[in-house]
Design a protein around this ligand. Sequence first.
Ligand SMILES: Cc1ncc(COP(=O)(O)OP(=O)(O)O)c(N)n1
Ligand SMILES: Cc1nc(C(=O)O)sc1CCOP(=O)(O)O
Ligand SMILES: [Mg+2]
Length: 214
Amino acid sequence: MISRLHYITQDLAHIPHWEQAQRACEGGVDWVQLRVKTQEESQWLETALRTQEVCKSFGAKLIVNDNPHIAAKIQSEGLHLGKQDMSPLEARQIVGEKVIIGGTANTLQDMLKHVASGTVQYIGLGPLRFTDTKKNLSPIVGLEGYKRILAQFRTLGHNLPVVGIGGVKADDIEDLLEVGLHGVAVSSLVNLAENPSAVTQELLSLLNLAVSAK
Ligand SMILES: Cc1ncc(COP(=O)(O)OP(=O)(O)O)c(N)n1
Ligand SMILES: Cc1nc(C(=O)O)sc1CCOP(=O)(O)O
Ligand SMILES: [Mg+2]
């Protein structure tokens, strides 16, 4: 089961990834993506192990971003890959059949490519709007873009879960689920909040409300 809230850590000077994960898990997330961008392999592995310890203690799934070798080494539940990363098919050979693989998309064509791979289990489609969290951001999809792309995707008969990402705020959740997204992925909204656990709780409540209104 793919969670409706994908919480994502980020490189921050004042708080390590595993502490970010701890705060989000205290707020109730069951899906943590470890998104490390500035660490070399051995430090990254150490970070992954410490974050995994936290996730395990809360029963949350850990999804490693970008790095199939670390995902395989620590046997994380998942791996997320973008266009500039290893292809999902190649990564599948490294991580094995049990690991959930997610892929990034910015267009309908990207989504169809993931379907055709036969190995991607969810898609992160974005960005909703500009965000400082990711460098080299793809063109903005926007709410209208989600509506159009998801309608075409479903018309073609595809039912892979798709989560919205990129500058997502609490106020967006109702609209995003209404246009057919399965859920949302958030990073800075939680990580830079004064009370990350409270923000996480609020997001989960809004997602539950939006799902039950469907
Ligand atoms: C859920 C989710 N969707 C999209 C992304 C972006 O992945 P990618 O395009 O590889 O960019 P980086 O995160 O590696 O900068 C994601 N991480 N998670
Ligand atoms: C990691 C990532 N991928 C994106 C994409 O569009 O593929 S946007 C993004 C950043 C998400 O962080 P925040 O919630 O702080 O905006
Ligand atoms: Mg990537």
